[in-house]
Design a protein around this ligand. Structure first.
Ligand code: G3H
Length: 253
């Protein structure tokens, strides 16, 4: 089954109203491959979600950067999956390494969040990835398999899940994984899904790469057979995000 290329832009905790409008204008004016070729989702901070949704071209979609693990209620500062659905926000990023590291989100908590968001009808970009120490000690696959298992334990239908492999050592550091490093982990993840979840799911789930992706390195990464797109941080705030979207055409060549 062909996996449609997916490009996500994670704006993280950045932007003013004016800056957000400027980024959206750039995206709206960009000539990019059609929606048949690439799916584009941008993820502004909560406070800008409705503004971006109202201004953004209709072939691109928006994602929240997080949501609460269960039904809303007395959880000060949190935003529930129900609220995102109510606002017409189709996607949510869950388990980003910044939340795992800074807010102590465990594998199990991330798995619960993914399952709850899916149960409410959201589509999920689920993030996994190893630290530099874990990579250097040779435990990359054990770490990402455990993170994926915590999701697989709670999820039966993977139709609305995109798996984002984001090695922590590559995030915001300018040290992008080499195409071979990315391909190796993506391929192993697909094998893990094949053995532990099912052949159809392994073949159809999109595994995207994140970590210092930019306009210069995206094409070579996109050329790897198991790299189905990107989750972009810093470069998604810049015009070069358009070049990253265009790298989807590498799959057609
Ligand atoms: O979610 C995106 C990743 O954290 C990558 O961020 P980056 O492109 O700034 O390295």
């Amino acid at each position: 089954m062909a996996r449609k290329f997916f490009v996500g832009g994670n704006w993280k905790c950045n932007g003013t109203t004016e800056e957000v409008k400027k980024i959206v204008t750039t995206l709206n004016e960009a000539e990019v491959p059609s929606h048949d070729v690439v799916e584009v989702v941008v993820s502004p901070p909560f406070v800008f979600l409705t503004l971006v949704k109202s201004l953004l071209r209709s072939d691109f979609h928006v994602a929240s950067q997080n949501c609460w693990v269960s039904k809303g209620g007395a959880f000060t500062g949190e935003v529930s999956a129900e609220m995102l659905v109510n606002l017409g926000i189709p996607w949510v990023i869950i388990g980003h390494s910044e939340r795992r590291a800074l807010l102590n989100e465990s594998n199990e908590f991330v798995g619960d969040k993914v399952a709850y968001a899916l149960s409410q009808g959201l589509k999920v970009i689920a993030c996994i990835g190893e630290t530099l120490e874990q990579r250097e000690s040779g435990s990359t696959m054990a770490v990402v398999a455990a993170q994926t298992k915590a999701i697989a334990d709670k999820v039966t239908n993977w139709d609305n899940v995109v798996l984002a492999y984001e090695p922590v050592w590559a995030i915001g550091t300018g040290k992008v994984a080499t195409p071979a490093q990315a391909q190796e982990v993506h391929c192993e993840l697909r094998k893990w899904l094949n053995q532990n979840v099912g052949a159809d799911i392994a073949a159809s789930v999109r595994i995207i790469y994140g970590g210092s992706v930019n306009g210069a390195n995206c094409k070579e990464l996109a050329g790897q057979p198991d790299v189905d797109g990107f989750l972009v941080g810093g470069a998604s705030l810049k015009p070069e995000f358009v070049d990253i979207i265009k790298s989807a055409t590498v799959k057609k060549n």
